[in-house]
Design a protein around this ligand. Structure first.
Ligand code: SF4
Length: 437
């Protein structure tokens, strides 16, 4: 018997019991709120966001709608003990004072929140807003920098300059926020040297967290249409891998530790909200396109205010929801019972396989809790065989906490995640529901 298998079997019951508490958790640990407005659409963006002016009355009505939905979640107890919130987009800072009000509302509804992040872009983050957001309860800013080279920013269709980004990031650090920068590699015009300058420039602003991503060329975006069927050399998978490795080396030399495929943090600066996504903590999302992941118990609580959601079969352990109402519909008819959703129903085995897969995004990988549970639910032999296959391919290694991804596993993530998800067996049941009239 392999070492990891013997260790976990010895105290399987304790580890599994601890993990089961999370799988049955009724209130959520994390709240996500989506503001889908940007001043201008970036050339590569296929996110749920629309270009508009800062004063658009729709932003006002939409944010007001989300504030009332936060209140509904609180009323049914879903936000009890909630630890993190994340206001993403879009460009939440485009909402200005409306964003300040939303942050205040979230803090009132969930006073246990310890980390509240707002996404921001350099062009809409002035000193006044920095001060107002901090006062309202925002603790962390995730700033979309992408590059610190003006030519590269223009090619991406970003509306800020490198100098503006550097200055605003430094101002956010000075204002006392925990600051993260997003940087993008394998983009038009980028060289290894310019990528080094962007990473070093972000670090020198004093941020505690950096996220790095290779550019994905999406169909029907201006960049996708420009590129057509070509596979541009600047976005080649080898270039992507090399730049990700360069970032890893530069950031590690600067005192940042990689804790997820794309995320690096100084000590104590990990993003607790994103960590929740990878560790089976239930979360709820508000706004168009926002996703929720609820234990069956949490889903039943949500049905108290959203009775259009159907009762689900007894074997369902986890429910994933995605709000399909448009921004106009949400603004016009904010009550949760008016909203439409796409829904996925996961049984216990599918939820366990999903947890294995998501855990492999993190540096800690699969700990004894989810491993013990997965072995009990999916069959010890099947789980052990899948992990042995991954280990044989060099994708994972055994640790004193369980199994963790190797660098190769992170580079070939789809292969690793696919093998673990195969354990789920059967299709995830899905359905769509419309809001009540
Ligand atoms: S700022 Fe972000 S969400 Fe808005 S268009 Fe650009 S990439 Fe998309």
């Amino acid at each position: 018997m392999r070492r990891g298998v013997r260790d976990v079997s010895a105290s399987c019951g304790i580890y599994e019991a601890l993990w089961l508490a999370r799988l049955h958790q009724r209130p959520v640990g994390a709240l996500y709120v989506h503001l889908p407005f940007c001043r201008q659409k970036c050339a590569y963006c296929d996110f749920s966001s629309w270009a508009t002016a800062a004063g658009d009355p729709l932003i006002h009505a939409y944010v007001e709608a989300l504030e009332s939905q936060v209140g509904e979640l609180r009323e049914v107890g879903l936000l009890e003990g909630c630890r993190t919130a994340y206001v993403g987009g879009g460009t939440p800072t485009l909402a200005g004072e409306r964003l300040v009000g939303l942050v205040r509302r979230i803090c009132e509804a969930a006073p246990t929140i310890a980390e509240l992040t707002c996404e921001a872009n350099p062009d809409s983050l002035d000193d006044l807003l920095l001060g107002r957001l901090r006062g309202a309860g925002c603790t962390r800013l995730s700033i979309g920098v992408q590059s610190l080279e003006d030519g590269e920013l223009r090619a991406l269709g970003r509306i800020h300059t490198a100098a503006q980004a550097t200055e605003r990031v430094a101002a956010a650090v000075r204002a006392g926020y925990d600051v993260s920068c997003d940087l993008m590699c394998a983009i038009p015009g980028q060289t290894d040297e310019s990528w080094r300058r962007s990473v070093a420039g972000a670090v020198s602003c004093g941020v505690g967290h950096v996220s790095v991503y290779p550019l994905q060329i999406e169909e029907n975006t201006p960049l996708g249409l420009l590129v057509g069927d070509d596979e541009p050399a600047w976005n080649d998978p080898e270039v992507q891998a090399r730049r990700m490795e360069l970032a890893r080396d530069l950031l590690s030399d600067a005192g940042f530790a990689r804790y997820e495929v794309a995320s690096y943090a100084r000590s104590g600066r990990r993003c607790a909200h994103n960590w929740a996504y990878w560790t089976a903590v239930p979360y709820v999302g508000l706004g168009c396109g926002a996703s929720s992941m609820l234990a069956r118990e949490g889903y039943d609580a949500l049905r108290d205010v959203a009775p259009q959601l159907p009762e689900v079969p007894v074997d369902v352990r986890r429910v994933r929801l995605c709000c399909t109402s448009s921004r106009q519909e949400i603004a016009r008819r904010p009550a949760l019972h008016r909203l439409s959703f796409d829904i996925e129903l996961l049984d216990e085995g599918q939820a366990a396989a999903e947890d294995l897969m998501l855990a492999m995004r993190t540096v800690e990988g699969i700990g004894w809790g989810p491993l013990a549970h997965a072995r009990a639910v999916l069959g010890a032999g099947r789980v052990d065989d899948a992990l042995a296959w991954c280990a044989h391919r060099g994708l994972v290694s055994h640790t004193d906490r369980g199994w963790a991804p190797t660098d190769e596993g992170w580079l070939l993530g789809n292969e690793l995640y696919g093998r673990l998800w195969d354990l789920a067996g059967g299709d995830v049941r899905s359905l769509s529901v419309s809001g009540r009239p």
